[in-house]
Design a protein around this ligand. Structure first.
Ligand code: MN
Length: 337
């Protein structure tokens, strides 16, 4: 069965060079691993970092033959590419906006020979929301991109704040979705997690941050003002589908600017992908809550393995018609790929 994977990452050489040259966070630094070996570490914030192996760097840089060979081996027909974090929104606005443009041009050029295998979400320096909206429009109308990708908050600000709505408005006008991707939580939340570094990122921090971000978008009334907005969440909805009934049950109008219930927005304005969540129990819970029309396949390459993602989706015990929607049908309809 044809598989289109929605949350697959790359890095551009220009962005890599920028991260290596920086002295501020986030940056890439070569450090001693404690046993005399030099390793590259991605220093995200003063309290969170991760090893950046040469293999990871080469997998991220390759949006050509090597990646296609790996997709063929596993059975991934098409990847919708987005730039890995840390994103350009971390840099000053002028640097970020210029770099976003270069990255979008670079990836558009690289995937041009393989339009059947790749499409892309735009890289956006959304700390400057008007410039990011313009870049999204340029990427969609001039470069053929299929949406934009946000790495959650920018400097601790969430995008339910009014000044950012221009970006969602533009995406809705263009008829493209925004992928709301996790990053390490804002410093205030990181401080609360700090005694247990293992909780900072993919184990808990990513979902805690991104689900809060999504719920703030819902409570803000954004989707009443711009009802055609489509947000994609990875990781089977970052936990939100599990809580929808309880949120509806206790939803109060006080202190909330939204007209409808959380589950209504979640079904109309959100789609979720299977990125990095290869477990049947959780998948079936989300499938029962949302149904196949707003679920899509994703791996989260190269953080997760294409083999694991493909084997997982092939194993889920649902009817073939719904599996086809999740593997490719919904993505084709949403993205026009
Ligand atoms: Mn990802």
């Amino acid at each position: 069965m044809k598989k289109i994977a929605l949350e697959e990452h790359f890095i551009s050489q220009a962005h890599l060079d920028c991260l290596r040259a920086r002295t501020d966070f986030p940056r890439l630094a070569t450090v001693d691993d404690g046993s005399g070996n030099k390793v590259e570490r991605l220093l995200r914030t003063p309290t969170s970092s991760q090893v950046y192996t040469p293999r990871r760097v080469s997998q991220l840089l390759d949006v050509g033959a090597g990646r296609i060979a790996e997709m063929d081996r596993s059975g991934v027909d098409m990847q919708i590419l987005s730039m890995t974090g840390p994103g350009v929104e971390e840099f000053d606005h002028a640097t970020g906006t210029a770099l976003a443009r270069d990255i979008n041009d670079e990836v558009a050029d690289k995937i041009k020979p393989n339009r059947q295998r790749f499409a892309a979400f735009a890289t956006l320096a959304y700390g400057d929301p008007a410039a990011a909206a313009d870049e999204l429009e340029r990427a969609v109308t001039r470069l053929g991109f299929v949406g934009g990708k946000l790495n959650s908050h920018v400097g601790g600000e969430y995008l339910d704040e009014r000044k950012y709505w221009v970006l969602f408005e533009r995406a809705a006008t263009l008829g493209v979705p925004i992928y709301l991707h996790p990053k390490e939580p804002p410093q205030k939340m990181l401080d609360l997690i700090a005694p247990y570094p293992t909780l900072m990122m993919a184990t808990w921090g990513f979902a805690a941050d991104t689900s809060l971000h999504a719920m703030r978008l819902i409570a803000s009334g954004l989707f009443d003002a711009h009802p055609r907005t489509k947000i994609i969440l990875g990781h089977l909805g970052e936990g939100i589908p599990f809580w929808l009934w309880r949120m509806d049950n206790h939803w109060k109008k006080e202190g909330c600017r939204a007209n409808r219930l959380p589950s209504e927005y979640f079904r109309d304005n959100f789609l979720v992908t299977t990125s990095g969540m290869f477990t049947q129990q959780t998948f079936l819970c989300v499938y029962q809550v949302l149904g196949a029309d707003t679920m899509m396949f994703a791996v989260d390459y190269p953080s997760e393995s294409n083999d694991a993602g493909v084997q997982f989706i092939e194993s889920v015990p649902i009817c073939e018609a719904d599996k086809a929607k999740i593997c490719h049908g919904t993505a084709v309809k949403l993205l026009g790929v």
